[in-house]
Design a protein around this ligand. Structure first.
Ligand SMILES: NC(=O)c1ccc[n+]([C@@H]2O[C@H](COP(=O)([O-])OP(=O)(O)OC[C@H]3O[C@@H](n4cnc5c(N)ncnc54)[C@H](OP(=O)(O)O)[C@@H]3O)[C@@H](O)[C@H]2O)c1
Length: 251
């Protein structure tokens, strides 16, 4: 039977921005399902939310394991009959964080094939193919929302502007994966423009997590705000956009 409550699936929600996103959605009365590749840390996240009075669930979801896409489909189909919110949050960097990347002397000409392919796999291909699997369930929602957690490091506008804060950050593989993710956002939003589903890219801010590094000025809680805003857009909200909070970012 179709659940009345809104159901959200957040990938990579066992820690960092994803965990805080699950918490904020839970506080809004939305049921968060935590995707985590590690069972122990997924279950621990559910327990932490429970201690804050938030009911949630966990499913094992490794973005590089296609069997997990099918298992996720089956879980949401059987338990809820739909999926209202998909937050493609899990992400990797094999080039350090923005500050440490400055020590990278050959970021483009010397990036290893493995680092580039593995980054594209996790941050781009996995998002495309897992979203394809889950999309039929999002179509069953009366207000489907897909949030692709990108970065200003995916903005070609900003990366090519010498006055921008990200100009010169040497994370070629990571940046390219987020640029590709932004392309997915634009193309999928276009395909779905006559449906109730909205698809947007977001930049969470520069956030103090393992990926963002210790010099980052913002907390994971801050970082969750934009994901939550776009996950809970009203029917007349935007689709096919790129946002930090309610500000538009140039592609
Ligand atoms: N932090 C920033 O300043 C910043 C800025 C712009 C964009 N972002 C984006 O925000 C998102 C969240 O990053 P974060 O800062 O919260 O990083 P984080 O604390 O390092 O967390 C990354 C999350 O992704 C998960 N993950 C990595 N590989 C995975 C895989 N193969 N399958 C499933 N989950 C996987 C991690 O799981 P494990 O615990 O198992 O490793 C973890 O839950 C990422 O997409 C990142 O690119 C972050």
């Amino acid at each position: 039977m179709m659940s009345e409550q809104k159901i959200a699936f957040i990938t990579g929600a066992n820690r960092g921005i994803g965990f805080e996103t699950a918490k904020k959605l839970g506080k809004l009365g939305i049921f968060p399902v935590i995707g985590s590749r590690n069972e122990e840390s997924g279950k621990a996240a559910v327990e932490k939310l429970k201690a804050e009075g938030i009911e949630s669930d966990f499913i094992k979801f490794d973005v590089s394991d296609k069997k997990d896409y099918t298992s996720a489909y089956e879980y949401f189909d059987k338990k809820f009959g739909k999926l209202d919110i998909l937050i493609n949050n899990a992400g990797v960097s094999y080039e350090g964080d923005p500050v440490s990347s400055f020590g990278n002397e050959v970021p483009v000409s010397g990036i290893s094939e493995e680092a580039l392919r593995d980054t594209m796999e996790a941050n781009f291909f996995a998002v495309v193919f897992s979203t394809q699997v889950l999309l039929p369930l999002i179509r069953k929602s009366d207000a489907g929302r897909i949030v692709n957690v990108s970065s200003t490091l995916g903005s070609l506008n900003m990366l090519s502007d010498p006055s921008s804060s990200v100009y010169g950050i040497k994370m070629f593989g990571y940046s390219t994966s987020k640029t590709a993710l932004n392309s997915f956002t634009v193309h999928l939003a276009n395909e779905l423009k006559n449906t109730a589903i909205k698809v947007n890219s977001i930049h969470p801010g520069w956030i103090h997590t393992e990926l963002g590094g210790s010099a980052a000025p913002m907390t994971p809680e801050d970082g969750a705000s934009t994901s939550v805003l776009l996950a809970t857009l009203p029917a007349d909200g935007p689709t096919g956009g790129y946002f930090h909070l309610d500000e538009t970012i140039g592609w």
